[in-house]
Design a protein around this ligand. Structure first.
Ligand SMILES: Cc1ncc(COP(=O)(O)O)c(C=O)c1O
Length: 396
């Protein structure tokens, strides 16, 4: 999924324009900037591309999640339901607000199982946060139904899934709020950056203030702006936004390349007995950033992962044993190893993760191998990779 593979003149020209104007900050300095507002332009372009009313650019995907939660009033002691398979940023954002992450099982979509979510809903639950891992998506209809019934917020972490869709809507725009990451290894990149999108004006108003120290952004004198609320600094710089603006214009091109490469590999390995694929909910179209497949038992999945690497098929992941993406390695969360004292609500409210068991998640994660899809491969390289994958998996 790395947009960093394809950098061109568009990105360079955008950065040069910012440097020439001399204004690297997204707010203020109106007279000096020669009309360059890269962050604002990227927000407009992103909102248009995603067919939503509002987009707020911030400094990272983690910041986007934090600001999105804050914009909807999530705070100390509120519970946020999220999957056992995600990136650590999901629970970091929740903890940053003094809220409590509640992990629940995934299913064969590799993201939230709606039945497990329903069981985890309690009096303090405020948000359901599906994480569209590896370019696929959660069963959003089922989750939205639960959120409606229980009066909860649906926040989509689409950091890994920009360019995919569900029932005709871009991923990230189906829920009340959605988040993207534009870090260096995402489908499109700002170097570092992220964004939240929403159709809810009040969340957007809160988000753009909260992400910039609570400024209300009214008038043209930054020093004279009001502070309707406490905030923080999650701003993106104009340099990062300039790169992202150029990359966003190339999103369809990148997705088309990913789809072409993905399709060749998928068709090839679908011939191998014992290989099956991650389920997409009806109406879902992935962004083709990873080809995620199941082996019929965990031992074969581990062997497949190791042997693919030995045979030169690099960038395959066995998430079950990965340090960052699966709950089994989150000892720092289970033991709440924080530098300072965490809020009482977190210490008292965090479920006992050290003793927690997620057999259904283990079932699916233990069998999953995900192969990263790159943009820069030639046709020959894709064909060679397909042959190597088939030979390797047949030999397992
Ligand atoms: C699912 C998911 N959520 C959130 C993030 C955080 O994004 P960032 O690295 O921009 O903070 C990532 C980054 O890898 C991610 O994969």
């Amino acid at each position: 999924m790395p947009g960093f593979e394809l950098f061109g003149n568009l990105e360079k020209a955008g950065v040069q324009e910012v440097l020439d104007s001399g204004v690297l900050m997204r707010y203020g300095f109106d007279g000096m900037r020669n009309g360059h507002w890269k962050a604002r332009e990227m927000e407009q372009a992103l909102a248009q591309k995603m067919q939503v009313a509002h987009a707020q650019l911030v400094s990272s995907g983690t910041a986007a999640l934090t600001v999105a939660l804050a914009s909807a009033g999530v705070g100390a002691g509120d519970e946020v339901i999220l999957p056992t398979f995600t990136f650590v940023a999901s629970f970091e954002a929740v903890l940053a607000l003094g809220a409590v992450p509640v992990l629940v099982d995934i299913d064969d979509t590799l993201t939230l199982d709606p039945l497990a979510v329903e069981k985890a809903i309690g009096p303090r639950t405020k948000v359901v946060m599906p994480v569209h891992m590896c370019g696929g998506m959660a069963d959003l209809d089922a989750l939205a139904g639960l959120c409606r019934t229980h009066g909860l917020l649906l926040l989509e972490d689409a950091c890994q899934a920009i360019g995919g869709s569900y029932k005709g809507k871009p991923l990230g725009t189906y829920g009340d709020l959605g988040c993207y990451s534009f870090d260096y290894v995402k489908t499109i990149t700002c170097g570092e950056g992220g964004a939240l999108v929403t159709n809810r004006s009040e969340y957007y108003q809160n988000a753009h203030s909260y992400a910039d120290h609570g400024h209300d952004h009214l008038g043209h004198d930054r020093g004279a702006e009001g502070h309707p609320m406490l905030g923080y600094n999650y701003r993106i710089s104009e340099l990062n936004a300039a790169v992202g603006l150029a990359q966003l214009a190339r999103l369809d091109e990148f997705i088309a390349i990913q789809k072409r490469n993905y399709t060749v590999l998928r068709e090839a390995i679908s011939q191998v007995p014992g290989v099956s694929f991650r389920r997409l909910p009806d109406g879902g179209v992935e962004n083709y950033s990873f080809l995620s497949f199941f082996m019929d038992d965990p031992q074969r999945a581990q062997k497949a992962h190791a042997t693919l690497g030995e045979n030169g098929v690099e960038s395959c992941f066995y998430w079950y044993a990965n340090n960052w993406h699966y709950h089994k390695k989150w000892d720092h969360l289970a033991q709440l190893k924080s530098l300072g004292r965490l809020p009482r609500e977190v210490r008292d409210g965090l479920p006992d993760l050290a003793g927690a068991d997620f057999p259904q998640s283990d079932h699916w994660m233990g069998r999953t191998v995900s192969a990263l899809i790159k943009l820069g491969w030639s046709e020959g390289e894709v064909a060679q990779r397909a042959t190597r994958m088939v030979e390797t998996l047949r030999g397992i």
